[in-house]
Design a protein around this ligand. Structure first.
Ligand SMILES: Nc1nc2c(ncn2[C@@H]2O[C@H](COP(=O)(O)OP(=O)(O)OP(=O)(O)O)[C@@H](O)[C@H]2O)c(=O)[nH]1
Ligand SMILES: [Zn+2]
Length: 191
């Protein structure tokens, strides 16, 4: 299907669906550019309805999603759109977490206060999708070491670890600086 982003960037995409994924969710792989190439560029992107669709500025998910689509289309690869909203706790719980953040907790502390783990995502379905696509050697577009470690542990050979951009704004500075404290590889131009 043809895709067009708000900034006018247009590309064509092949949207792939799967049977028998381990968690039975409707994850998508979006093939962009020459996606059947050896060692495709792959971004595992976790669903963020507020950022991806509604344009919320609390996080940088929307700009990261569009950046990934453009970079992958340039070199060939897959955007894995993973239905793991709110780092796996779901949309309603994420919205509850936002209320706690407004009261002073950081994004990870808010999850804990709600009785969840800091991050409940696992990437078993993502690994299954890559195996089904014949993409067991990949370059991974992320700043999140947990994605690299989990996929490697699930048998995916991550030959290159490619950092994704950091889309800092006044509204998402707290969200991003909490990630810096949790082993993400991004650095922020904060004072
Ligand atoms: N629980 C919770 N989840 C959030 C919050 N803000 C954003 N998210 C979720 O965090 C996830 C962001 O996922 P990714 O874009 O894959 O980013 P990442 O794991 O930080 O790693 P990168 O690959 O480096 O971008 C999405 O599922 C969002 O819904 C928050 O404040 N609380
Ligand atoms: Zn988000």
């Amino acid at each position: 299907m043809p895709l067009r982003f708000a900034d006018g960037y247009a590309t064509s995409a092949r949207v792939l669906t799967f049977d028998g994924l381990v968690d039975e969710r409707e994850h998508l792989a979006i093939g962009l550019g020459d996606h059947r190439r050896p060692r495709p560029l792959v971004r595992p992107h976790s669903e963020c309805l507020t950022g991806d669709v509604l344009g919320s500025q609390r996080c940088d998910c929307g700009p990261q999603l569009r950046e990934a689509a453009e970079r992958i289309a340039d070199v060939g690869g897959y955007l894995l759109y993973l239905r793991q909203e709110g780092r796996g706790i779901g949309l309603y719980a994420k919205l509850d977490a936002y209320s706690l953040q407004d009261a002073g907790l950081d994004t990870f502390e808010a999850n804990l206060a709600l009785g969840h783990a800091e991050d409940e995502r696992d990437y078993a379905a993502a690994a299954q999708m890559l195996v089904a696509l014949g993409a067991t050697q990949v370059a991974l577009l992320t700043n999140n070491p947990d994605k690299v470690d989990q996929l490697r542990g699930l048998g995916i050979e991550v030959t290159d670890w490619v950092p994704t951009g950091v889309h800092l704004s006044a509204a998402n500075a707290g969200y991003l600086s909490a990630k810096v404290g949790r082993a993400h590889t991004l650095t922020l131009p904060l004072g």
